[in-house]
Write a protein that binds this ligand. Structure first.
Ligand code: ADP
Length: 522
């Protein structure tokens, strides 16, 4: 047969075929191979065959893929092995490859016959499995596939993924559990060369096993064909024959998806517990600091009073006033702590009665007289009385807390604007300051127990982070809403909306009373 005849014959062949020279350079690609791989002969001619292989398949035990296969031809008995080939556009294609070699004159020729594996796995191809396991295992069929029933029963029903590979290392048997974990059909798995897998840590384990050592793999297994990702833990062990030589290996695979999610849940709970401990510790530090701060000056003032009285000297009323202020501060802190625990226990009692809101606001403003310092307070309210049904004492506590915060978190000579208004079925009170403001990402948490924004330090601004928590509870139990609008460095405006006494079935208003800027609703 002439070279021309031979070329025509190959062109006519239905099976994809690639021919290379002894240096593994592509000489020829028949049209079936062109169709399968998407390469044109002109593009590949003279190129190394390795261009058709994914990088991980460039070297097998220090040999090229082709030399490696040629070296195992006898063991394979001329039958195909599974391999991954690179198509023209880049995707990998799984194929069966049979390799042969011949001489043309003194020139070596390497020929590969390819067979594409079906796109969709066929789960019931038992005859092929048997064929491949006997093919891949030179000493005959694997007992799990064609051997004793007892072996087969144990192998197939073990509650772990099991697989066996020979020294090639080709996967020669696996059980159903393994198939389920990996998410590819047995047809695809049996005959697969483990060195062709993408995950280097798996190929390392296989190498260790072939060198007679145990190996462990834990990680996410990415199935090349199905794309399925499974977290697995695998113990690889070598199989020794009677002479003590390694004759392949076994792998025991555990699907650790559930353990992983249990672990993730445990980690989450641990983080939450740590966070709770941190909040508790922070709270204890702040609370002890806050409770102790008024005590020292109080005790000093009382001592000075005592001395004066003993010496029958006149007593300065400012001394007494200051001492009382510290006591009031202490009592307020303790009351906040008690209120917060009452709220937690659902025992904060409210006593509702028809009442005039402007009177409550005015009382709260008066109670701030001693703390106002150089601040200016602008107060505006409607001419008519704003009547609601509420607990006057608790509402005064809410407004006093907002005013106190406005004074505390803004510079001494700035203005605090208090506005009482009526919007539909609601009374709306706003307290606006020109102070430090509140970072946007923390505004939602302001109304949580013990929460203090990160732009306030314990030393410059005292507080337990309870006032707004208590205020929200009180306002919401009045059928109202409390929220804030703020920008760091540009002040904060707190809003409280409460249903009017005249309102039949009020729905709390959309909290967008004055500006179009985004706000938080609580
Ligand atoms: P406290 O002021 O005692 O810490 P609050 O519950 O009253 O507790 O307030 C919670 C947090 O909200 C404060 O620690 C502060 O970070 C922030 N905050 C409240 N009001 C203002 C305001 N007017 N300006 C800036 N930040 C404020």
């Amino acid at each position: 047969m002439t070279g021309e005849d031979f070329r025509e014959l190959m062109d006519a062949m239905a099976d994809p075929l690639v021919a290379c020279d002894g240096d593994e350079r592509v000489l020829y690609l028949n049209p079936a191979a062109e169709r399968m791989l998407g390469w044109k002969l002109e593009e590949l001619k003279g190129q190394p065959f390795a261009r058709l292989l994914p990088e991980r398949m460039h070297s097998f035990d220090g040999q090229s893929f082709l030399r490696y296969l040629l070296g195992r031809r006898r063991a394979l008995g001329g039958r195909p092995v599974r391999a991954f080939l690179l198509c023209h556009e880049g995707p990998e294609l799984e194929a069966e490859v049979t390799v042969g070699t011949s001489k043309e004159g003194s020139e070596e020729r390497i020929t590969l016959v390819l067979r594409r594996l079906p796109e969709f796995p066929d789960y019931t191809d038992e005859p092929l499995e048997r064929l491949l396991s006997s093919v891949a295992h030179p000493r005959g069929p694997y007992p799990g596939a064609a051997g004793t029933r007892a072996y087969q029963l144990v192998f197939e029903n073990a509650p772990l993924g099991l697989f066996h590979f020979d020294t090639t290392p080709i996967l020669v048997a696996c059980n159903e559990y393994f198939v389920r974990i990996i998410g590819a059909s047995k047809r695809r798995l049996i005959g697969l060369n483990l060195f062709s897998l993408q995950d280097e840590s798996i190929t390392h384990c296989v190498r260790d096993v072939l060198a007679g050592r145990h190996a462990y793999y834990e990680g996410d297994y990415h199935a090349v064909t199905s794309g399925k990702v499974t977290p697995v833990r695998t113990h690889f062990a070598p199989c020794f024959n009677e002479k003590g030589q390694v004759e392949g290996g076994v792998g025991i695979v555990e699907d650790v998806t559930e353990q992983r999610s249990v672990q993730a849940e445990r980690d989450r709970l641990f983080r939450e517990a740590q966070e709770a401990i941190r909040v508790r510790d922070d709270f204890l530090t702040i609370a002890s600091h806050e409770l102790k701060t008024p005590l020292t000056p109080l005790s000093l003032r009382l001592a000075s009073l005592e001395r004066r009285l003993e010496r029958k000297e006149p007593v300065d009323p400012t001394l007494l006033r200051h001492a009382r202020q510290h006591l009031v501060r202490l009592a307020a802190l303790i009351n906040d702590l008690l209120d917060a625990s009452r709220i937690e226990a659902g025992r904060l009692a409210l006593h509702f009665e028809p009442t005039r809101l402007e009177a409550i606001v005015e009382r709260a403003l008066t109670s701030m007289d001693s703390e106002r310092g150089q601040h200016r307070i602008d107060y505006s309210h409607p001419a008519e009385s704003v009547r609601i049904r509420g607990d006057p004492y608790r509402l005064e506590q809410v407004f006093a807390n907002l005013l106190e915060n406005a004074l505390k978190y803004s510079p001494a000579d700035s203005t605090v604007r208090v506005t009482l208004d009526v919007r539909g079925d609601f009374a709306l009170l706003s307290v606006a300051d020109e102070g430090i403001g509140i970072p946007r990402d923390q505004q939602e948490q302001l109304f949580e127990r013990y929460f203090r924004a990160r732009n306030v330090s314990v030393t410059s601004y005292g507080g337990l982070g309870l006032g707004l928590y208590i205020s929200r509870d009180i306002v919401e139990r009045h059928g109202g809403r409390i929220w804030v609008e703020s920008e760091v460095g540009r002040g904060a405006t707190f809003y409280v909306a409460l249903p009017l006494l005249s309102a039949a079935n009020p729905t709390p208003p959309d909290p967008r009373p004055t500006t179009g800027s985004p706000q938080q609703v609580h």
